[in-house]
Ligand binder design. Structure first.
Ligand code: ADP
Ligand code: MG
Length: 288
């Protein structure tokens, strides 16, 4: 039989928008000493705004935005949504012949018979396209149309309102190793890590690198403490599944991530992790 305290803990958590998939996760939760955060959508809002559009001749600004929106038409990535919102032209779905999303890199699509690549610099470089350099902060999305580099847009995301406070409180409860992982550029990652006072972070990661780093952190551990991964669910289902305990943000999270995680935070707030931890500790006392 299941000890009553588990029910109390899970019920109490769910009233606060924290869905725990089983009492055993409360047991794991209170032994966490390492938290690995995904950046986009987890520590940041994952709601981007287009701030700058640079078109390379013969392409025009509106044209590259429209073509990007077509390439991103079926994607549920926060970047895709932002680009679709910024585009003012009406899109004819029939012109999108193919669309293939490469997680952590971008989109390859065929639009009116031409290959269109939309994504990070390295993604286009692999196809022998030479994107322009952009060194200022901001997430940069490049585009090539029919093998020709066509330009880029700079989009900006914002740190969640309670993220800094959440990190501070996580340290306060004694969880000392806090890591941030991101597929985004070093310039952006460094800036966000600094603002949140996270001193360990890894940038430019592919989804599989996130798994490798998480495994390494878990293997090198000398304490008996558990490792938690917190993600938003876009691309991070594998790493959520790999952790001792995987937490996803329910607001943006994909079905795959909700499936792969052990705890779902419906409030979308990083500070709910502290709430969950405290509930887990109390539950422990009731059970024993
Ligand atoms: P994070 O690790 O911060 O959550 P992702 O792994 O989802 O970010 O994506 C990493 C990078 O890959 C993005 O910053 C972007 O440059 C590129 N990228 C991923 N998906 C897309 C997409 N659908 N459209 C354009 N670029 C993308
Ligand atoms: Mg992400």
């Amino acid at each position: 039989s299941i000890p009553l305290g588990f029910f109390g803990g899970i019920g109490g958590a769910s009233k606060k928008g924290i869905l725990v998939k089983g009492g055993n996760y409360l047991e794991v939760l209170k032994e966490v000493d390492t938290i690995i955060f995904d950046k986009t959508g987890t520590l940041t809002q994952g709601v981007f705004k287009v701030e700058e559009i640079v078109a390379v001749e013969p392409f025009a600004q509106e044209e590259i935005l429209e073509t990007m929106a077509m390439a991103e038409y079926y994607s549920n990535h926060p970047i895709a949504e932002c680009i679709r919102n910024a585009n003012r032209r009406v899109i004819d779905e029939k012109l999108i012949e193919e669309q293939y999303e490469i997680p952590g890199e971008g989109i390859r699509s065929i639009i009116t018979g031409q290959e269109v690549l939309v994504g990070k610099k390295e993604f286009l470089e692999k196809e022998k396209i030479r994107p322009l350099e952009y060194t200022k902060p901001g997430t940069v999305v490049h585009i090539s149309i029919g093998k020709k580099y066509a330009g880029y847009v700079v989009i900006k995301d914002q740190i969640k309102e309670d993220a800094a406070e959440a990190i501070r409180r996580i340290r306060e409860i004694g969880i000392n190793r806090i890591v941030m992982l991101t597929g985004d550029r070093e310039a952006i990652a460094g800036q966000i890590a600094k603002e949140l006072q996270i001193d360990e972070y890894y940038a430019n990661l592919m989804p599989e690198d996130k798994v490798t780093i998480t495994e390494k952190i878990m293997e090198e551990k000398t304490s008996k403490g558990k490792t938690m991964v917190v993600g938003d669910g876009i691309n991070d289902a594998p790493v959520l599944a790999r952790a001792d305990i995987g937490i996803s943000m329910g607001g943006l999270g994909s079905d795959a991530a909700i499936e792969a995680s052990d705890v779902v935070i419906m409030t979308d707030k990083p500070s709910s992790i502290v709430t969950a931890y405290k509930i887990a500790q109390k539950t422990h006392r009731i059970v024993w």
